[in-house]
Design a protein around this ligand. Structure first.
Ligand SMILES: [Zn+2]
Length: 324
């Protein structure tokens, strides 16, 4: 089946083809050490449920064998399908940060927030968000270990992207399911340019720059060697990727400080972030051309910058940083 990759350590990566776009969002199926069951990390939006169920079938995972589902946070592109999936994987404990639990059980505010961030048309492409049965939900917080049949999965709280964000650390592969905490990784472009291409993910209204830096320092200094990005795919060494994202985040925050308080700050900062991001795509040819981006990677790299600009500005405003 296209878009399913078997990784080392009994992990399968599934391209969710979010909104019909390949290479945007991944989910991962991870097998327990004693073969008694599986954990699914990330669900994507409801419009990806058919793909996810097709993938489980292809890999040979019966519905009752999915014992755990973990979502890194409750944004629609990571957890939107949970309500629908809970009907298929009825045995599964659903692990989510404790701040996210009430929003999954009663998703009204989640839907409102997503509509405000993405607009009506994009929301339609994500599919419906329905409540998750309260009794299936488990509170993920720092120090919790999910006992995946001899394969302990640690929960790390990483509140910089959103206050309800966690990462899941797999001791078997020394890999971290990083959600949006470690930014976005573009495998196609990285391959094309023979270097890592990443960007930090800083959307409003929850983004906190100080906390995100702490999260990134922590991951860089941790035992994690591989990152399983939701956007998109597995990459290593984790420490190099993270240190690249730290540098980018520091520069983006400086740009936001430069524009804060100015007229049209959001639009101008977005433009500045776009130019800065494109500069990172210079090829090594004599003409130093910016490489031709494949369509969807261009979208993945540049389209969310509107959101990122707003997140950076609102963080600085909340923090009370004003420059004359
Ligand atoms: Zn995301």
């Amino acid at each position: 089946m296209e878009g399913i990759v078997k990784l080392d350590g009994d992990i399968w990566q599934v391209d969710l083809q979010e909104r019909g776009i390949p290479g945007w969002s991944s989910a991962y199926f991870m097998k327990s050490e004693d073969s008694s069951g599986w954990m699914l990390v990330e669900t994507g939006a409801s419009s990806s449920v058919e793909r996810l169920l097709g993938a489980a079938n292809y890999i040979g995972i019966p519905s009752a064998a999915v014992k755990y589902i973990g979502v890194t946070h409750v944004h629609v592109d990571h957890a939107g399908a949970l309500g629908v999936l809970a009907r298929h994987f009825q045995e599964a404990e659903i692990w989510v940060h404790h701040r996210g639990i009430k929003h999954l059980a009663d998703p009204e505010r989640l839907i409102e927030g997503a509509r405000a961030a993405y607009g009506e048309q994009k929301m339609g492409q994500y599919g419906e968000i329905i409540p998750v049965p309260q009794e299936n939900l488990c509170a993920a917080e720092e120090g919790v270990i999910i006992p995946l049949g001899g394969r302990p999965i640690e929960v790390w709280e990483t509140p910089g992207h959103a206050r309800h964000h966690v990462c899941f650390y797999d001791s078997k592969t020394k890999g971290l399911f990083s959600g949006d905490a470690a930014g976005v990784y573009l495998p196609g472009l990285s391959k094309l340019l023979h270097r890592f291409v990443t960007r930090p993910a800083t959307p409003g209204p929850d983004f906190d720059g100080d906390l995100m830096l702490q999260d990134l320092y922590r991951i860089s200094l941790s035992k994690a060697q591989i990152l399983y990005f939701t956007h998109f795919g597995a990459a290593y060494p984790a420490q190099l990727l993270i240190e690249l994202v730290i540098g980018q985040l520091l520069v983006h925050m400086q740009l936001a400080r430069d524009y804060l308080g100015q007229e049209d700050a959001s639009r101008n900062l977005c433009r500045a972030l776009e130019l800065q991001t494109k500069k990172g795509l210079l090829t090594s040819t004599p003409e130093e051309r910016v490489c031709e981006l494949p369509g969807y990677e261009q979208e993945l790299l540049l389209e969310p910058l509107h959101n990122s600009a707003d997140g950076l500005l609102s963080f600085l405003e909340k923090k009370g940083v004003f420059y004359e």
